[in-house]
Design a protein around this ligand. Structure first.
Ligand code: ADP
Length: 447
């Protein structure tokens, strides 16, 4: 097992990883930017080292700085968390060169799955259903329009290197194709430095269903069931739950098998997520693979009792999975609400600042993953997600009741948050009935 792990991240996920390491008896090193000198992760780790100025490009994305810190602190592995360098194959290669274990998949697999067009092709070859669309990368709007004509509108134009909802445009009719294609491509060039695009059928009112995968270095690949992440705002997830009300045992088994097939086709190792869209006829389509731990991993941990971060560390250390597919048993229902420092009145603009009063709910079946505390200044430089409130109960109805109670007790003063908004979504009749899809927020909550 590793002797010391450096966590190349910040915020709640860094704290989550530090805790897992501590439970496993592994020493931890936190890295922090100048803006994060008072951050919880830097205080909780056994050791902490400053890696540069506030700007991510000069700190949390600064490969040289992070690798030098790892060598200087004598850590033997790096956990990247999510975001930042977690899906950067160049960083993984550099880790290998420095004899540092990257807790995640290989550079090759990250490359293969990081390019969505290539991932699509890998899945087509493996017989995993994908959304109908282009099979070759597209660079000009003329090529794209031909595909769109062939599959029929509406279509969605996507950047091969896309992520976080960027470089993506829905096109409802032919007349709008030209401008939408160019806008998405321009966005992709700006954000990812890549003009490679592809076009696929736009699935109307789908659910976003993703499967958690664990794969070790000995060919064992298992899934830990699904998460329903249909509640999204501008393609960003807001509420996630496990299991999904939309899946029968039979469908779960079918999708789970497809997810395992997908992970095997990618040659995957470590924890990963296979994302599918599920249409109203129960057809499911692969959309992408995330080659890292997800924000919403906690809901899966709760319903399966499996610690995904610890499994990641074990796998990277060369140990076999601690569970088999037969051991995986999904029990009860878990829901997560992402609490963001943002102002719903101002179109959800980020709202950093000082927290001057805080109270966390607790009790049976309540989990909070967060890195904020009383008096903490939320810096303006990073993601606005500040807390994940996760609840667990016997069934969905009870879990919703518990979330209501927990949201009611949660106090975060000094900044604006989306807490009230989460409360409204949770109490919407359609949400309570489980009648959700990725357009839920847009349909019921756009002013
Ligand atoms: P990103 O990597 O930027 O998050 P994804 O490919 O995962 O992009 O898509 C994000 C979200 O966009 C999905 O969860 C879904 O809501 C919507 N979406 C993506 N592809 C399609 C599609 N073909 N049809 C309908 N909605 C889609």
């Amino acid at each position: 097992m590793f002797h010391k792990v450096l966590i190349a991240n910040r915020g709640e996920i860094a704290v989550r990883i530090i805790r897992a390491c501590r439970e496993m008896g592994i020493a931890t090193v936190a890295v922090y930017s100048e803006a994060d000198k008072d951050a919880l992760h830097a205080m909780l780790a056994d050791e902490a080292i400053c890696i540069g100025p506030a700007k991510s490009s000069q700190s949390y994305l600064n490969m040289e700085s992070i690798l030098s810190a790892t060598v200087a602190m004598k850590a033997d592995a790096i956990h990247p968390g999510f975001g930042f360098l977690s899906e950067n194959s160049k960083f993984v290669t550099l880790c290998e060169k420095c004899n540092i274990t990257f807790i995640g998949p290989s550079a090759d697999v990250i490359n293969k799955m990081g390019n969505k067009a290539e991932a699509r092709n890998t899945m087509i070859q493996a017989g995993v259903p994908v959304v109908p669309g282009s099979e070759e990368p597209i660079y000009t709007f003329e090529e794209g329009e031909k595909i769109a004509d062939a599959i029929g509108y509406p279509v969605i134009v996507k950047a091969a290197s896309g992520g976080g909802g960027k470089g993506m445009r829905i096109v409802h009719k032919k007349e709008e194709f030209h401008s939408n294609f160019l806008t998405a491509q321009r966005e992709s060039v700006l954000a990812f430095g890549d003009d490679t695009m592809y076009v696929e059928k736009y699935i109307e009112h789908p659910r976003h269903i993703e499967f958690q995968i664990l794969a070790d270095n000995y060919g064992n690949v298992i899934h830990l069931g699904e998460r329903d992440c249909s509640i999204q705002r501008r393609h960003q997830k807001l509420i996630e739950e496990a299991p999904s009300v939309a899946l029968s045992d039979e469908l779960r088994q079918k999708m789970g098998e497809a997810a395992i097939k997908a992970a095997k086709a990618a040659g995957y190792t470590n924890a990963g997520t296979i994302e599918f869209l599920l249409d109203k006829y129960n057809n499911f389509y692969f959309i992408e693979m995330n080659t890292r731990v997800q924000v919403e991993h906690g809901v899966t941990e709760i319903v399966t009792g499996i610690d995904i971060i610890k499994e990641q560390i074990r796998i990277a250390a060369g140990l076999p999975l601690s569970v088999t597919q037969e051991d995986v048993c999904i029990k009860g229902h878990a829901i997560e609400c992402r609490i963001n420092a943002e102002n719903p009145e101002k179109n959800f603009a980020p709202c950093p600042g000082k927290i001057n009063n805080i109270h966390f709910p607790g009790g049976n079946g309540i989990r909070i993953d967060s890195a904020i505390y009383n008096g903490y200044h939320i810096p303006p430089h990073y993601d606005s997600m500040i807390l994940k409130l996760i609840v667990f109960d016997k069934n969905r109805e009870l879990a919703i009741q518990k979330m209501n109670s927990a949201l009611g007790e949660l106090v975060i003063e000094g900044i604006e948050t989306n807490l009230e908004f989460q409360y409204e979504v949770l109490n919407h009749e359609k949400f309570k009935k489980g009648e959700t899809n990725t357009h839920f927020i847009q349909t019921y909550f756009s002013k």
